[in-house]
Design a protein around this ligand. Structure first.
Ligand code: CO
Length: 134
């Protein structure tokens, strides 16, 4: 059911420093920061030949990233995103196998303008999983 790895998201306490590290030290292609107020994050997309890295930084009150950074002050991998062809059929299949979909269970429009869902990390070996319809 899942296809390509779309991205790995890393929560970072200092977006500028992390961006500079990927650009200057690791020599990656980095894009300008993008505010995603609906998701409470500022995102920097880093383009790799086979996938993307997303640097996440809290934006506004009640950002889901703020609590993560409190527990992981130097940052850390926040979630991984797999591509699916049909997000609703993927959701139904997962729910019928007992997996928990976060939020209302309805897909939201993610940072790339495509429908996304998040799956409970406790159901997936401690990893927050995002599904994105491509
Ligand atoms: Co993501």
């Amino acid at each position: 059911m899942i296809g390509r790895l779309n991205h790995v998201a890393i929560a970072v306490p200092d977006l500028e420093a992390a961006t500079a590290q990927y650009r200057d030290t690791l020599g990656a292609i980095v894009n300008p920061p993008q505010d995603e107020p609906d998701h409470g994050v500022t995102v920097v997309f880093i383009e790799l030949p086979n996938t993307k890295i997303e640097l996440l930084h809290p934006l506004g009150e009640g950002s889901p990233i703020a609590g993560f950074l409190e527990k992981n002050p130097s940052g850390g991998i926040h979630h991984i995103c797999y591509e699916v062809e049909d997000i609703l059929s993927a959701r139904d299949r997962l729910q019928s196998s007992g997996a928990r979909v976060l939020g209302t269970g309805e897909p939201r429009i993610g940072a790339h303008g495509k429908p996304v869902l998040f799956l409970h990390p406790k159901d997936f070996t401690g990893t927050l999983v995002e599904l994105e319809q491509v």
